[in-house]
Structures are given as structure tokens and as C-alpha cells.
Design a protein around this ligand. Structure first.
Ligand SMILES: *[C@@H]1O[C@H](CO)[C@@H](O)[C@H](O)[C@H]1NC(C)=O
Ligand SMILES: *[C@@H]1O[C@H](CO)[C@@H](O)[C@H](O)[C@H]1NC(C)=O
Length: 334
């Protein structure tokens, strides 16, 4: 009894295993079998592409597959890429790729051809480091007064500066010999003025100099200067003066252009209509549209105020310095 039942169980177990194994291999076979044609046909990688179950010859660069071949080893119908489209290699693509359009802050290095994509780079004076995302080009840095340029700015790298004047060690030593005493005297003078002022003049700004012993006077001073309103500028030669200052706006950060002109009340469609222009021309044209819009009321002071509201104080200061030092504007007398 036990023997027969053992045998029955064994047989049943064996049958079960066999069925499972069969099912598994069946599944695998089914999987392979369904796509057998696709997997088993091997096309020559760089010359052919697979279409349903035959290998077609690829279409040459500059063309695409208009209709695939019907017999293995043929090339089907290839058609030239449309304007502004390209394929760089032999291919089995059903359409060409669209050529990149250079942005307004870039220039074309290589134009779009049917066999090559457009190549763009930042315009002269602007750059984009290759290891960073480049939504916009950045303005090349200028070396500080006490620095020398060791490498010019290129489309892919910023200007490189090095501390120290180009002169000999002796020259820099003598420069330091002049500057250090001047700076020290200026600091001492400043401290004396601050103390005298603290006692004598009771203007509210005093509070910013030494409000309490804990705070850091230089930072407070900086804060005051940073929040100081801009002096009013008066044009020397009317609208001509204003137009002469347009070029100083070229250094404005790209990220702020749209907001800047929007705040000046220029309509979005007008801003967009100038997108195709070169960076400088774009700024000049949009500033011109602004002058046309506001007429006689147009004033450099308003432009600078908009820059201040956009937190572009440095740009505003540079424009103010350029406008006054080049004789287009003078500071208003109180
Ligand atoms: C074979 O592959 C194609 C796509 O390559 C797929 O649509 C199809 O369902 C596959 N057939 C089977 C039986 O897996
Ligand atoms: C930068 O370029 C200017 C002219 O384009 C050249 O005179 C100067 O020597 C260059 N400077 C360096 C550091 O390569």
C-alpha cells in the first residue's frame, strides 16, 4: 500500500515537473518564435537597416528613407533633406533632423547643410564654458585695475586675469609704497570724520555708522551706500545725450533684457520682433522704441531706476559713471 502510493506520488511529481519544464520552454520558444524574423535576420550594421524582416541599404548622408526597400539588399527610395534639415551619416531614418537655430546671443560658425547641423558659438565679448549648461552666453569679465590679462576671452572661456601689474617687482613695490599710505590716511580721516560727525551733526544717517559697539561698521556703511538713491543726472545735449548713452546698456545681463524692456512699457510682441537682431542692435532698437513712446519725457534717470528695481545696481552705476565721465550728463546741483 505504502509502496504503491509512493510510486503514484513519484509519478505525479515527475509529470508535474515535466509539464512545468515544457511550459517554460514553450514560453521561451513562443517568445523567440514571435519575433524570430526580427532577431534572426542580421543586417550589416553600418550599411543596412532592418525593415520588417529584410535588410535595406541605408540612404546616404543628406537624404532620408522616403520609402523602404521591398527586396533585401536594395536601398528603397531615398530623398534629399528639406531646407534647414540634415542627416550627418548614412541612415535608415524616415525623416531628416532639424538643424539647430543659433540664438540671438550666438553667431553661426558653420551653417546648416543637408549633411551637417548648424554650429553656433557665443558672440565676441560673450562666452559659455563647455562644461556648463548654456541657456545664455555670459559677458566676458574685465580685469581689475590691479590685474593683468593672461588669456583673452574666447567663445568657450572667460578672460583670465592675474593679480599684479605688468611692470617689474620694483614698479609694483613703488605703487604699493604710494597706495598704502594713501589708503591708511583715508581710513584715519574717515574715522575722524565719523567721530566728529557723531558728536556734532545729528543727522539720521549717523545711526548707520556706529549704532552700537557690537555691529560691524564697514558693513553698515556699505549697506548705506548700497541703498543710497541715485543722484539725478541732467543731459548736456538733450535727447542726443540720451542716445549717446545707449551703448552703455549693452553690458546689461541677458537674463534681464525682457524684464527691463517690459518695465519700460514695451509690449512683448515688440520685444519679440527684435529677437533676430544682434545683441547690440536689439538694445538700441528697443531703446529707440521706448523714446518714441514716451517722447520728451524720456530720461536716463528712469532707465537707471528700472535697473535698480531689477537689482542691477552695478550695471546702473557703470552706466552712470560712463554717462558722466564721457560728458553726456552732469549731476544735478542741489
Ligand atoms: C515582435 O516585435 C514587435 C516590435 O519589434 C512587436 O510589436 C511584436 O509584438 C513582437 N511579437 C511578439 C510575438 O512578441
Ligand atoms: C588679446 O587679443 C588682443 C587682440 O585681439 C592681442 O593684442 C592681445 O595680445 C591678446 N592678449 C592675450 C593675453 O593673448
Amino acid at each position: 500500500m505504502t509502496n504503491t502510493s509512493y510510486m503514484v506520488v513519484s509519478i505525479l511529481m515527475w509529470l508535474l515537473k515535466a509539464t512545468v519544464a515544457l511550459q517554460q520552454s514553450g514560453l521561451e520558444l513562443g517568445g523567440r518564435g514571435g519575433n524570430r524574423t526580427q532577431r534572426d535576420v542580421s543586417c550589416t550594421d553600418n550599411m543596412e537597416y532592418l525593415h520588417i524582416n529584410i535588410c535595406c541599404l541605408k540612404c546616404p548622408a543628406g537624404t532620408y528613407v522616403k520609402s523602404p526597400c521591398t527586396k533585401a539588399g536594395q536601398s528603397g527610395k531615398c530623398e534629399e533633406c528639406d531646407y534647414e534639415m540634415y542627416t550627418e551619416h548614412d541612415n535608415g531614418l524616415h525623416q531628416c533632423l532639424r538643424c539647430t537655430k543659433c540664438r540671438f546671443d550666438q553667431e553661426i560658425v558653420r551653417p546648416c547643410l543637408s549633411t551637417q547641423n548648424t554650429e553656433c558659438q557665443c558672440r565676441s565679448g560673450w562666452f559659455c564654458a563647455p562644461d556648463q549648461a548654456c541657456e545664455v552666453c555670459k559677458k566676458c569679465s574685465r580685469c581689475e585695475e590691479d590685474e593683468v590679462k593672461v588669456r583673452n576671452c574666447t567663445a568657450v572661456s572667460d578672460t583670465q586675469c592675474k593679480k599684479g601689474r605688468s611692470g617689474s617687482g620694483f614698479a609694483s613695490a613703488s605703487v604699493a609704497a604710494v597706495i598704502v599710505p594713501v589708503v591708511i590716511s583715508a581710513v584715519i580721516f574717515g574715522i575722524i570724520v565719523a567721530f566728529v560727525c557723531r558728536r556734532r551733526c545729528r543727522r539720521p544717517t549717523d545711526i548707520f555708522f556706529f549704532p552700537d559697539p557690537e555691529s560691524n561698521p564697514p558693513n553698515r556703511l556699505k549697506e548705506v551706500l548700497e541703498n543710497e538713491p541715485f543722484p539725478n543726472l541732467v543731459p548736456v545735449n538733450g535727447e542726443e545725450s540720451l542716445r549717446n548713452c545707449f551703448e552703455y546698456f549693452e553690458e546689461m545681463d541677458f537674463d534681464y533684457h525682457k524684464r527691463f524692456f517690459r518695465q519700460l512699457g514695451i509690449k512683448d510682441n515688440v520685444i519679440k520682433s527684435k529677437d533676430h537682431l544682434q545683441h547690440e542692435d536689439r538694445i538700441h532698437e528697443l531703446l529707440n522704441s521706448w523714446i518714441e513712446k514716451v517722447g520728451k519725457e524720456a530720461s536716463l534717470n528712469d532707465l537707471l531706476k528700472v535697473l535698480l528695481t531689477l537689482n542691477q545696481r552695478l550695471t546702473a552705476e557703470n552706466i552712470m559713471v560712463n554717462a558722466t565721465s564721457n560728458g553726456h550728463y552732469v549731476f544735478e546741483k542741489e
